[in-house]
Design a protein around this ligand. Structure first.
Ligand code: PRT
Ligand code: ZN
Length: 283
Protein backbone atom coordinates (compact mmCIF):
# COMPACT_ATOMS: atom_id res chain seq x y z
CA UNK A 1 0.00 0.00 0.00
CA UNK A 2 1.43 3.36 -1.08
CA UNK A 3 0.61 6.30 1.20
CA UNK A 4 0.25 9.67 -0.55
CA UNK A 5 -0.01 12.97 1.35
CA UNK A 6 -1.99 15.77 -0.25
CA UNK A 7 -3.10 19.17 1.02
CA UNK A 8 -6.21 19.00 3.21
CA UNK A 9 -7.64 22.26 1.88
CA UNK A 10 -6.20 25.15 -0.07
CA UNK A 11 -4.88 25.88 -3.53
CA UNK A 12 -3.43 22.40 -4.16
CA UNK A 13 -6.36 20.35 -2.92
CA UNK A 14 -8.70 20.34 -5.90
CA UNK A 15 -6.08 19.75 -8.57
CA UNK A 16 -4.51 16.96 -6.49
CA UNK A 17 -7.85 15.17 -6.14
CA UNK A 18 -8.61 15.78 -9.82
CA UNK A 19 -5.28 14.26 -10.82
CA UNK A 20 -5.98 11.11 -8.79
CA UNK A 21 -9.41 10.89 -10.38
CA UNK A 22 -8.00 11.30 -13.90
CA UNK A 23 -5.62 8.47 -13.03
CA UNK A 24 -8.69 6.30 -12.40
CA UNK A 25 -8.23 6.30 -8.61
CA UNK A 26 -11.51 6.43 -6.69
CA UNK A 27 -11.50 7.36 -3.01
CA UNK A 28 -13.84 5.89 -0.45
CA UNK A 29 -14.51 9.13 1.45
CA UNK A 30 -13.92 12.84 1.20
CA UNK A 31 -11.35 14.93 3.02
CA UNK A 32 -13.35 15.08 6.21
CA UNK A 33 -11.21 12.32 7.64
CA UNK A 34 -7.43 12.33 8.04
CA UNK A 35 -7.10 9.54 5.48
CA UNK A 36 -9.03 7.75 2.74
CA UNK A 37 -8.25 4.48 1.00
CA UNK A 38 -8.79 3.99 -2.72
CA UNK A 39 -10.92 0.99 -3.59
CA UNK A 40 -9.44 0.30 -7.03
CA UNK A 41 -5.72 1.06 -6.55
CA UNK A 42 -3.31 0.17 -3.70
CA UNK A 43 -3.03 3.72 -2.41
CA UNK A 44 -4.08 5.50 0.76
CA UNK A 45 -4.50 9.28 0.79
CA UNK A 46 -3.53 11.38 3.85
CA UNK A 47 -4.94 14.92 4.04
CA UNK A 48 -2.43 17.29 5.65
CA UNK A 49 -1.28 20.91 5.78
CA UNK A 50 1.04 21.48 2.85
CA UNK A 51 3.92 22.72 5.02
CA UNK A 52 3.98 19.41 6.92
CA UNK A 53 4.05 17.18 3.83
CA UNK A 54 7.83 17.16 3.15
CA UNK A 55 8.51 16.20 6.80
CA UNK A 56 5.98 13.35 6.70
CA UNK A 57 7.42 12.06 3.43
CA UNK A 58 10.94 12.31 4.86
CA UNK A 59 9.90 10.41 8.01
CA UNK A 60 8.13 7.76 5.92
CA UNK A 61 4.74 8.46 7.54
CA UNK A 62 3.72 9.08 3.92
CA UNK A 63 5.64 7.51 1.02
CA UNK A 64 4.92 10.23 -1.51
CA UNK A 65 3.31 13.68 -1.42
CA UNK A 66 2.09 16.55 -3.56
CA UNK A 67 3.40 20.02 -2.59
CA UNK A 68 4.43 23.29 -4.19
CA UNK A 69 8.10 23.23 -5.16
CA UNK A 70 8.42 26.39 -3.04
CA UNK A 71 7.45 24.38 0.06
CA UNK A 72 9.73 21.50 -0.91
CA UNK A 73 12.73 23.82 -1.27
CA UNK A 74 11.91 25.88 1.81
CA UNK A 75 11.63 22.86 4.12
CA UNK A 76 14.84 21.50 2.52
CA UNK A 77 14.10 17.87 3.37
CA UNK A 78 16.16 15.18 1.71
CA UNK A 79 13.37 13.69 -0.42
CA UNK A 80 13.10 13.12 -4.17
CA UNK A 81 11.25 15.30 -6.66
CA UNK A 82 9.81 12.64 -8.95
CA UNK A 83 7.39 14.52 -11.21
CA UNK A 84 6.49 18.12 -12.09
CA UNK A 85 2.72 18.20 -12.12
CA UNK A 86 2.16 21.49 -13.93
CA UNK A 87 -0.58 22.98 -11.72
CA UNK A 88 -0.56 25.68 -8.99
CA UNK A 89 2.05 27.60 -10.94
CA UNK A 90 3.42 30.70 -9.25
CA UNK A 91 6.69 32.49 -8.69
CA UNK A 92 8.59 33.50 -5.58
CA UNK A 93 9.62 37.08 -6.09
CA UNK A 94 11.15 40.08 -4.39
CA UNK A 95 9.02 43.23 -4.47
CA UNK A 96 9.65 46.79 -3.35
CA UNK A 97 7.35 49.84 -2.96
CA UNK A 98 6.37 51.28 -6.36
CA UNK A 99 8.03 54.60 -5.54
CA UNK A 100 11.48 53.01 -5.07
CA UNK A 101 13.92 53.61 -7.90
CA UNK A 102 15.10 50.05 -8.56
CA UNK A 103 17.74 49.33 -11.21
CA UNK A 104 19.50 46.10 -10.32
CA UNK A 105 19.86 43.46 -7.67
CA UNK A 106 22.63 45.62 -6.12
CA UNK A 107 19.82 47.88 -4.90
CA UNK A 108 18.80 45.18 -2.41
CA UNK A 109 22.06 45.61 -0.48
CA UNK A 110 21.47 46.61 3.12
CA UNK A 111 17.68 46.36 2.84
CA UNK A 112 15.39 44.59 5.28
CA UNK A 113 13.34 41.95 3.41
CA UNK A 114 10.26 40.39 5.02
CA UNK A 115 9.39 36.82 4.01
CA UNK A 116 8.07 33.43 5.06
CA UNK A 117 10.63 31.87 2.69
CA UNK A 118 13.86 32.65 4.56
CA UNK A 119 15.73 29.48 3.49
CA UNK A 120 15.19 30.03 -0.24
CA UNK A 121 15.78 33.78 0.07
CA UNK A 122 18.99 33.36 2.06
CA UNK A 123 20.38 30.93 -0.50
CA UNK A 124 19.47 33.30 -3.33
CA UNK A 125 21.09 36.32 -1.64
CA UNK A 126 24.22 34.31 -0.80
CA UNK A 127 24.50 33.05 -4.40
CA UNK A 128 24.16 36.61 -5.71
CA UNK A 129 26.56 37.95 -3.02
CA UNK A 130 23.99 40.40 -1.71
CA UNK A 131 24.14 41.35 1.94
CA UNK A 132 20.60 42.09 3.09
CA UNK A 133 18.69 41.48 6.30
CA UNK A 134 16.00 38.81 6.25
CA UNK A 135 13.05 39.43 8.51
CA UNK A 136 11.06 36.22 8.89
CA UNK A 137 7.33 36.66 9.47
CA UNK A 138 4.54 34.12 9.39
CA UNK A 139 1.94 35.74 7.14
CA UNK A 140 0.55 38.89 5.45
CA UNK A 141 4.01 39.62 4.11
CA UNK A 142 2.64 42.10 1.57
CA UNK A 143 1.75 44.66 4.25
CA UNK A 144 5.25 44.73 5.79
CA UNK A 145 6.65 47.71 3.81
CA UNK A 146 3.45 49.74 4.33
CA UNK A 147 3.66 49.45 8.13
CA UNK A 148 7.37 50.13 8.21
CA UNK A 149 8.38 46.58 9.12
CA UNK A 150 10.61 46.07 6.06
CA UNK A 151 11.94 47.78 2.92
CA UNK A 152 11.06 44.91 0.60
CA UNK A 153 9.26 41.57 0.61
CA UNK A 154 9.84 38.12 -0.83
CA UNK A 155 6.57 36.26 -1.45
CA UNK A 156 4.59 34.11 -3.86
CA UNK A 157 3.00 35.89 -6.79
CA UNK A 158 0.56 34.58 -9.37
CA UNK A 159 -1.63 37.31 -10.92
CA UNK A 160 0.32 40.14 -9.26
CA UNK A 161 -2.85 41.78 -7.91
CA UNK A 162 -1.82 41.42 -4.24
CA UNK A 163 1.40 43.32 -4.96
CA UNK A 164 -0.51 45.92 -6.96
CA UNK A 165 -3.11 46.60 -4.28
CA UNK A 166 -0.36 46.98 -1.69
CA UNK A 167 1.59 49.51 -3.76
CA UNK A 168 4.44 47.12 -4.52
CA UNK A 169 6.28 46.15 -7.71
CA UNK A 170 7.97 42.84 -8.54
CA UNK A 171 11.69 43.34 -9.13
CA UNK A 172 13.35 39.89 -8.99
CA UNK A 173 11.95 36.40 -9.63
CA UNK A 174 13.76 33.94 -7.36
CA UNK A 175 11.92 30.75 -8.24
CA UNK A 176 9.32 29.54 -10.71
CA UNK A 177 7.23 27.03 -8.83
CA UNK A 178 4.53 24.45 -9.55
CA UNK A 179 3.05 21.47 -7.75
CA UNK A 180 5.44 18.52 -7.64
CA UNK A 181 5.23 14.88 -6.65
CA UNK A 182 7.82 14.05 -4.01
CA UNK A 183 8.89 10.66 -2.68
CA UNK A 184 10.74 9.18 0.25
CA UNK A 185 14.23 8.02 -0.78
CA UNK A 186 13.83 4.54 0.75
CA UNK A 187 10.61 3.16 -0.67
CA UNK A 188 10.04 -0.59 -0.34
CA UNK A 189 10.24 -2.65 -3.53
CA UNK A 190 6.47 -3.09 -3.41
CA UNK A 191 5.84 0.65 -3.08
CA UNK A 192 8.34 1.48 -5.81
CA UNK A 193 6.32 -0.74 -8.15
CA UNK A 194 3.06 0.98 -7.16
CA UNK A 195 4.70 4.41 -7.70
CA UNK A 196 5.82 3.29 -11.17
CA UNK A 197 2.22 2.34 -11.99
CA UNK A 198 0.98 5.68 -10.69
CA UNK A 199 3.62 7.58 -12.71
CA UNK A 200 2.58 5.74 -15.88
CA UNK A 201 -0.98 6.92 -15.29
CA UNK A 202 0.05 10.49 -14.43
CA UNK A 203 2.23 10.61 -17.50
CA UNK A 204 -0.54 9.39 -19.77
CA UNK A 205 -2.94 12.00 -18.37
CA UNK A 206 -0.37 14.81 -18.79
CA UNK A 207 0.71 13.70 -22.28
CA UNK A 208 -2.92 13.51 -23.37
CA UNK A 209 -3.52 17.07 -22.14
CA UNK A 210 -0.58 18.33 -24.22
CA UNK A 211 -1.81 16.64 -27.39
CA UNK A 212 -4.86 16.81 -29.62
CA UNK A 213 -6.32 14.23 -32.00
CA UNK A 214 -6.71 15.68 -35.47
CA UNK A 215 -8.73 14.42 -38.44
CA UNK A 216 -8.80 16.12 -41.84
CA UNK A 217 -9.50 15.56 -45.51
CA UNK A 218 -6.63 16.08 -47.94
CA UNK A 219 -6.06 15.83 -51.69
CA UNK A 220 -3.98 12.70 -52.44
CA UNK A 221 -1.26 14.64 -54.25
CA UNK A 222 -0.49 16.49 -50.99
CA UNK A 223 -0.40 13.45 -48.67
CA UNK A 224 3.40 13.26 -48.63
CA UNK A 225 3.71 16.91 -47.55
CA UNK A 226 0.99 16.49 -44.95
CA UNK A 227 2.48 13.28 -43.53
CA UNK A 228 5.77 15.16 -42.99
CA UNK A 229 4.20 17.79 -40.73
CA UNK A 230 1.89 15.34 -38.91
CA UNK A 231 4.19 12.75 -37.41
CA UNK A 232 1.54 11.55 -34.90
CA UNK A 233 2.46 8.90 -32.36
CA UNK A 234 4.33 6.97 -35.05
CA UNK A 235 3.01 8.16 -38.42
CA UNK A 236 -0.44 9.37 -39.52
CA UNK A 237 -3.25 7.00 -40.49
CA UNK A 238 -4.47 7.58 -44.04
CA UNK A 239 -7.84 6.24 -45.18
CA UNK A 240 -9.22 6.76 -48.72
CA UNK A 241 -12.44 8.77 -49.04
CA UNK A 242 -15.28 7.60 -51.29
CA UNK A 243 -14.61 10.68 -53.43
CA UNK A 244 -11.74 9.87 -55.79
CA UNK A 245 -8.44 11.69 -55.23
CA UNK A 246 -9.09 12.47 -51.54
CA UNK A 247 -8.10 10.84 -48.25
CA UNK A 248 -8.86 11.24 -44.59
CA UNK A 249 -5.77 11.77 -42.41
CA UNK A 250 -5.77 10.99 -38.65
CA UNK A 251 -2.97 12.04 -36.35
CA UNK A 252 -1.92 13.54 -33.01
CA UNK A 253 -0.45 17.02 -32.66
CA UNK A 254 1.29 18.73 -29.79
CA UNK A 255 -0.44 21.76 -28.32
CA UNK A 256 2.72 23.88 -28.66
CA UNK A 257 2.99 23.44 -32.44
CA UNK A 258 -0.73 23.37 -32.98
CA UNK A 259 -1.41 26.66 -34.84
CA UNK A 260 1.75 26.40 -36.97
CA UNK A 261 0.63 22.97 -38.10
CA UNK A 262 -2.92 24.11 -38.87
CA UNK A 263 -1.59 26.95 -41.05
CA UNK A 264 0.65 24.57 -43.01
CA UNK A 265 -2.17 22.04 -43.41
CA UNK A 266 -4.37 24.70 -44.96
CA UNK A 267 -1.55 25.65 -47.36
CA UNK A 268 -1.43 21.99 -48.46
CA UNK A 269 -5.15 22.02 -49.21
CA UNK A 270 -6.47 20.29 -46.08
CA UNK A 271 -10.22 20.66 -45.50
CA UNK A 272 -12.72 19.78 -42.79
CA UNK A 273 -10.11 19.79 -40.03
CA UNK A 274 -11.49 18.35 -36.77
CA UNK A 275 -9.56 18.67 -33.51
CA UNK A 276 -10.48 16.58 -30.48
CA UNK A 277 -9.19 16.29 -26.91
CA UNK A 278 -7.47 13.05 -25.92
CA UNK A 279 -8.37 11.52 -22.57
CA UNK A 280 -5.34 9.27 -22.02
CA UNK A 281 -2.22 8.76 -24.11
CA UNK A 282 0.24 5.95 -23.51
CA UNK A 283 3.32 6.34 -25.66
O1 PRT B 1 -3.37 25.40 5.06
P1 PRT B 1 -2.12 25.09 4.33
O2 PRT B 1 -0.86 25.39 5.10
O3 PRT B 1 -2.14 23.68 3.77
O4 PRT B 1 -2.13 26.02 3.02
P2 PRT B 1 -1.39 27.42 2.72
O5 PRT B 1 -2.34 28.50 3.08
O6 PRT B 1 -0.03 27.44 3.29
O7 PRT B 1 -1.18 27.30 1.16
P3 PRT B 1 -2.11 27.75 -0.06
O8 PRT B 1 -3.23 26.78 -0.20
O9 PRT B 1 -2.39 29.21 -0.05
O10 PRT B 1 -1.04 27.50 -1.24
C1 PRT B 1 -0.55 26.24 -1.52
C2 PRT B 1 0.46 26.34 -2.66
O11 PRT B 1 -0.17 26.92 -3.81
C3 PRT B 1 1.64 27.25 -2.42
O12 PRT B 1 2.65 26.65 -1.62
C4 PRT B 1 2.11 27.51 -3.83
O13 PRT B 1 2.92 26.44 -4.28
C5 PRT B 1 0.83 27.50 -4.65
N1 PRT B 1 0.38 28.85 -5.07
C6 PRT B 1 0.10 29.20 -6.35
C7 PRT B 1 0.19 29.94 -4.30
C8 PRT B 1 -0.21 30.98 -5.14
N2 PRT B 1 -0.26 30.49 -6.41
C9 PRT B 1 -0.50 32.28 -4.59
N3 PRT B 1 -0.83 33.19 -5.34
N4 PRT B 1 0.29 30.14 -2.96
C10 PRT B 1 -0.01 31.36 -2.45
N5 PRT B 1 -0.38 32.43 -3.20
C11 PRT B 1 -0.67 33.70 -2.46
C12 PRT B 1 0.58 34.53 -2.19
O14 PRT B 1 1.20 34.12 -0.99
C13 PRT B 1 0.02 35.95 -2.08
O15 PRT B 1 -0.52 36.20 -0.81
O16 PRT B 1 -1.53 34.55 -3.19
C14 PRT B 1 -1.11 35.91 -3.07
C15 PRT B 1 -0.61 36.42 -4.39
O17 PRT B 1 -1.50 36.09 -5.43
P4 PRT B 1 -1.75 37.14 -6.62
O18 PRT B 1 -2.62 36.40 -7.59
O19 PRT B 1 -2.42 38.33 -6.03
O20 PRT B 1 -0.40 37.47 -7.21
ZN1 ZN C 1 0.83 26.08 4.26
Amino acid sequence: MLKIAIQKSGRLYEDSIKLLKECGIELNNGNKQLKAAAFNFPIEVYFLRDDDIPQYVYDGVADIGIVGENVLLETAKDIDLVYRLGFSKCRLSIAVPKSVDYNSIEDLKGLKIATTYSTILQKYLTDKKINAEIHEISGSVEIAPGIGLADAICDLVSSGSTLFTNGLKEVEVILKSEAVLTANKNLSTENKAILEKLLLRINSVKTAKNNKYIVLNAPNDQLKNIAKILPGAKSPTIVPLVEAGWSSVHSVVNENDFWDIIEKLKQFGAEGILVMPIEKMIV
